[in-house]
Design a protein around this ligand. Sequence first.
Ligand SMILES: [Zn+2]
Length: 199
Amino acid sequence: MAGSLLIRLNVAIQRLELAIASVLGRRFPPDGYCLAGVEVQNEPSLPKPAFSLKDIIGDGFLWGVPTARRTIEKRMKRKYGHPDYVMKILQPKKNIKTCSECGDDHLIGVLCPTCYKKVIDETKEMQDAIQKELQLSPVENEVVVLYEGEKAGKPDEFFEGKRIVEIPKPRPAWFSKNLLQQTTQQPATTTDVKPSDLG
Ligand SMILES: [Zn+2]
């Protein structure tokens, strides 16, 4: 009794679903036929709408595409550059020279970095020696840096009014004494351009 009542209720609900579907205009096939591959037929009276690109892209726009072939000359120029303008490929450098002192290569017009590093290190060592000697006292007198063995042989007048900073090592061969001459000194009487007393 209860079972037949349930069946009747189920059938009634199915009919109600079909009635709603028919009212809404969509007639789906019954569930039992769905697996059989039943197609939903469109209304035969309505013609198929023609394919239109506008339906796909809507109000969008198309990207610009090349409309003409670029010549091989233009393509090569874009790829490798032009010698009159900018070359994009690697070019041999012709402004390199070999240092006559150390043999390293460097650009023409600039100091040899390897040799200049020696100067930097020597200057730093000299600055440290001066700092260690003078410490925080004010620099009121001329500071003279002497390397090992340079103090001997100097006249006593040389040390008057000067602070002597000694560096316990021989002077490097490339370090001329004349490089430390002050610009306030009287100009040299000789016209030699090359510094004397080298080494
Ligand atoms: Zn060098």
